[in-house]
Design a protein around this ligand. Structure first.
Ligand code: MN
Ligand code: MN
Length: 454
């Protein structure tokens, strides 16, 4: 069961490929700080690779490349294979949402001559990790006249950043007695955004000045926050980590690292036997809910559209296509942390530099909420990896009863298709700065390519 460290057998040629690939990835996550931005960036890359909007297509034949977006927050790409769709699709599914702080609908207030934005955190975070770091704000403000203002503050070197204050250590005697889950309260994750009062204004003059600036820049009124979607995220670009540059530090590796490697995999293969699909979904971190989460009928509807372009419109054709499909649920795994190794069963835990990670099951307690793949399918995937000399490892999320988590695997499993969780190991998962190994990022990419072409 020994798994080799990829770096031990590294050749200069492979190292060059890994470094080149990871530069592309760093650029992708530095631009893709929100799900909307990931969709936009993915669409730009897909267009460069000859993909065309499915809505502009009248028929489909092997080798055709089409994509479709959904509400600016999902994108699905298809490379049409030689076999009919009813024989199944090879699917790579990843999520492009990441934990963050969302601006509330009535967010702006003034206190002690500071202007602040009230937030509601999104996904599972350790709140104390998000204070006193430079933050950026991205998103959209949709106005009643149907127009949308795009907000992007804090990424350009000349931009200001924003952030959350924390009590100075000198006066923290009471605060430091609190347990870590309440030392920073959810309602205290408020963003400081200004301190200059508007002249000739008596009440809430600092808030008034912020509103004046927003009016000048975006032509919005305070009420327009009601229909905004503003996400506060760590500011700055992804960068190399470690003096050997073997790792990447960045925000949102979970799960943009599997999104990018899945996207690149479908872009870099020739016409496959079975139609290939890469789908990037939203809202995984809050339960895959809503119109743009994995539970949405968007994917099923899109497959129905593809089938209808080949004259197949029956319910059974759709059900056959779904049931015969095979999927890798491209999502990250928890890497073994040397400082906290006691929470892991080391022989069943992912390690940096040991390749793509397969989780037969995730979940918590007695595997609750997991997909728990069929062993026949795990064997089929193993065979692909070994016959292509791809480094892989298996993992589960920590020791039994230590905690847990889930992915979108079970949602597609509902269609009776085979699904296995497969992705990249991450350190500091859900922290503002997550870490991945470059060797693992590249290995996931070649593993995904091998899966699509089997
Ligand atoms: Mn994830
Ligand atoms: Mn996550």
């Amino acid at each position: 069961m020994y798994r080799k460290n990829i770096w031990k057998s590294m050749t200069p040629e492979k190292n060059t490929e890994i470094v080149g690939f990871c530069e592309g990835y760093k650029d992708y996550i530095s631009k893709g700080k929100t799900e909307r931005l990931c969709v936009k960036e993915s669409e730009v890359i897909a267009l460069k690779h000859g993909y065309v909007d499915l809505n502009k297509v009248k028929s489909l034949k092997p080798g055709d490349k089409v994509y479709v977006t959904n509400k600016n927050k999902n994108i699905a790409l298809f490379l049409i294979g030689k076999k009919p769709l009813t024989e199944g699709i090879r699917i790579l599914g990843a999520h492009i949402d990441s934990p963050r702080l969302d601006v509330k609908q009535n967010p702006l207030y003034e206190k002690e001559e500071f202007a602040l934005l009230d937030t509601h955190y999104y996904g599972g975070i350790k709140k104390y990790q998000w204070v006193t770091i430079p933050l950026a704000i991205h998103g959209v403000i949709c106005k009643k006249d149907g127009t949308t203002e795009v907000v992007n503050i804090g990424e350009d070197d000349n931009d200001p950043v924003i952030g959350i204050s924390d009590l100075l250590v000198h006066l923290s005697a009471d605060q430091l007695k609190k347990t870590a889950n309440v030392v920073i309260e959810g309602e205290n994750l408020d963003i400081t955004i200004g301190s200059i009062p508007l002249e000739d204004t008596e009440k809430d003059a600092v808030k008034a000045n912020v509103l004046k600036l927003l009016k000048e820049k975006y032509d919005i009124e305070e009420e327009d926050f009601v229909s905004s979607e503003l996400e506060v995220v760590p500011a700055g670009k992804a960068r190399d980590f470690g003096i050997d540059r073997s790792m990447i530090a960045g925000y949102g590796h979970d799960d943009r690292v599997c999104s990018y490697t899945s996207l690149k995999a479908i872009l870099d293969i020739e016409t496959p036997e079975y139609t290939s699909c890469c789908i990037l979904v939203d809202k995984e971190e809050i339960g895959s809910v809503g119109a743009t989460g994995a539970h949405s009928l968007f994917f099923e509807n899109t497959i129905a559209e593809l089938l209808s372009l080949n004259g197949k419109t029956s319910y059974l054709d759709l059900k056959h296509a779904m049931t015969c499909s095979k999927m890798l649920s491209s999502d990250v795994s928890a890497a073994l942390d040397p400082l906290y190794d006691s929470v892991s069963d080391k022989k069943n835990n992912a390690r940096f530099g040991h390749g793509i990670v397969f989780n037969k099951y995730t979940g918590s307690k007695g595997k609750s909420g997991s997909n728990d793949s069929e062993p026949e399918y795990v064997a089929w995937v193993r065979n692909i990896m070994d016959s292509n000399n791809i480094h892989y490892q298996t993992s589960e999320l920590g020791k039994v009863d230590q905690g847990g988590g889930g992915t979108i695997a079970y949602i597609l499993g509902k269609y009776n298709m085979n699904v296995l969780d497969a992705g990249v190991a991450v350190l500091n998962m859900h922290a503002p700065m997550e870490i991945v190994s470059k060797a693992d990022v590249y290995e996931a990419y070649i593993a995904y390519k091998a899966f699509l072409t089997k």
